[in-house]
Design a protein around this ligand. Structure first.
Ligand code: NAP
Length: 271
């Protein structure tokens, strides 16, 4: 009876059309506090994930072709964005891939440090997408360490995705920050969202949130599909599917072990 009640209470999932024919499968991967923050307001990076969750993200990184961040994340966190586990790197090499996925950054002004670990670590492609107007200046600054691509004026995420697809990127992980999450989601360019929720509060509205204000395709009248819920160490894990492309990308295509299409761990499953 629990199952019947539960089924009646769940609205029909209406996925987005996969909006751009030739774009990669786009996955947002983020860790947040229980009150929705990606970081605190200090200058130091806040660690939200548990060790078990870091290992999960590493496996997921190893299964994509490219990882994208906004320039704010590079300036704030100085991430290397590498696959860490040697066996995962080796498996990529065995598949004929670079040992770590291509790294992609989006910037409006191109003001990035060529000595940042983003550029100096990892045997992989590094690509900087900027608006047309600053492409030449950015190329002069970063051309020695990355491929600098003019992506329109203003910069177009659809154009960026089409360019990545042309380069062979079929699975793209967007790893922050909030500005990037907001734009990809609001423009309906996301197939899947994976969230790790840390068991504590940040409680400071000066800190960056998972997303900012926007008109999102999924609001109260259109719910995303919760495909999986679980835990990794002391962090909750939530996986949402947003488009028709998502179920087809389960398992091998997404390179990730998940249950059957849409297998929900809910009251129904636990009953
Ligand atoms: N917990 C997590 O999972 C996680 C993951 C990643 C980041 N974070 C946190 O998120 C925070 C950073 O997030 P954020 O929102 O401030 O920055 P962000 O999203 O990483 O980057 C924002 C920057 O990206 C560029 N950009 C974004 N949209 C653009 C567009 N349409 N056209 C051209 N350029 C564009 C601009 O770069 P320019 O300024 O160069 O023009 C903009 O300032 C940090 O505190 C970091 O620790 C947390």
């Amino acid at each position: 009876m629990i199952a019947a009640t539960w089924q009646r209470s769940v609205p029909i999932h209406r996925p987005l059309e996969h909006p751009v024919a030739d774009r990669p499968y786009v996955l947002i991967e983020a860790a947040m506090s229980l009150d929705g923050y990606l970081d605190d307001a200090s200058e130091h990076r806040l660690l939200l994930s548990s060790p078990e969750d870091f290992a999960r993200v590493d496996r997921r990184r190893a299964a994509v072709d490219a990882i994208l961040v906004g320039a704010g994340t590079i300036r704030a966190d100085n991430p290397r964005l590498l696959v860490r586990a040697p066996e995962l790197r080796q498996r990529r090499l065995d598949r004929g891939e670079s040992e770590t996925p291509a790294k992609v950054v989006v910037s409006g002004g191109g003001e990035l440090d060529p000595a940042a670990p983003f550029f100096t670590t990892g045997a992989c492609d590094k690509i900087v997408y900027v608006p047309d107007a600053v492409a030449a200046g950015t190329r002069a600054r970063l051309g020695g360490v990355a491929d600098v691509v003019a992506a329109g004026d203003p910069l177009s995420l659809e154009r960026l995705l089409a360019d990545l697809h042309r380069r062979g990127v079929r699975r793209l992980m967007v790893e922050g920050g909030g500005t990037m999450h907001t734009q990809f989601l609001a423009q309906g360019l996301v197939d899947e969202v994976e969230l790790s929720v840390a068991p504590f509060f940040v409680g400071d509205s000066r800190a960056p949130r998972f997303v900012g204000d926007a008109s999102f395709p999924f609001g109260p009248g259109r719910r995303m599909r919760l495909a999986e819920a679980g835990r990794h160490g002391d962090c909750a894990y939530l996986r949402y599917l947003l488009t028709d492309a998502a179920p087809r990308a389960d398992g091998a295509a997404a390179g990730y072990e998940v249950g059957p299409d849409g297998a929900l761990r809910t009251d129904e499953a636990q009953a």
